[in-house]
Design a protein around this ligand. Sequence first.
Ligand code: CP
Length: 342
Amino acid sequence: MAPGDLRELLALARTFRARIGQNPAALQTGIVGDELKGRVIANLFFEDSTRTRVSFSVAARRLGADIIDLSSVGSSTNKGETVADTAANIAAMGVDGIVIRHKSSGAAHMVVKALEALQKPLVGPERTGSLRYEAHLSKPCSVINAGDGRHEHPTQGLLDIYTVAEAFDRLSNFDLSGLTVGIVGDISSSRVARSGIAGFTALGARVICIGPPSLVPGAIRSLGCEVSHDLDAVLGELDVVNVLRIQFERHDGGPASNKADNAPAAKSSNAIASLREYAEFFALHDERARRLKPGAIIMHPGPINRGVELTSTVADSGRSVVLRQVSHGVAVRMAAMALCIG
Ligand code: CP
């Protein structure tokens, strides 16, 4: 997104946050606006989620939409239906928007293309029979990416930006210049990192991706960030430490490879020698937290693997804004859906 579009969406999220805070009735009804009144939105989550899924549901309800939840468990994808076919069938029911999470990079884009093709006018010999339809799908259905593989997690990036802007008093203009954001951990597997790098740099922040070379390849610089393999060397420069978990499920040699969708993730990977060694060099623990700049904040998109990338005392400390992130996620998703589906 261009900086102007980012700021427009974030400003709308700021409006929704204010409405939630100022409207006592909202606490009872849960509804603070009618931007999505009459709209039906489907949550299609083909990969596990706690925060994003619930957050989109809460956000949709706060703006008056009906929300339908579908996961791979219990859906016809288990019978071999493609994701594009699943989305097309849901759109054919008149659903106004689809929020999709999938383990494959590009899944949301693929669904957009599939739905666009079905909205094209039918012409020529295809268009036969006594009833004449204009197109396979008679109305548009918006698609919002709730995380696709290693590629992007746009609303996570936006809520992270919102959280930084709040912490550093930049909510008036979302100008993040002068701030240094460190993203620590498994950058190569992380869609959160990719969306974060794009968003933070677009709004003027300096971004340093930090971790071992196997998880933070130098090529990531092409996205506009810096790279460091030495957390201790750059710790004192950071205003924001955004800590990511190691995504074992995406690693060779990890649980990844043939893991069933709902199997718990084991903690092994060919990309790191040992968890103990990883934690020694890259975990954010009490001693490292003490060396942070005054005013620096600690973020984590969740789920946290306590004791691996972040110790419990640091995760629960006063510097941690982890639950502010989650809270901002609702307003950011309200804004995303209002702009895309409202
Ligand atoms: N941050 C995030 O995407 O969390 P979930 O996987 O729980 O949605």
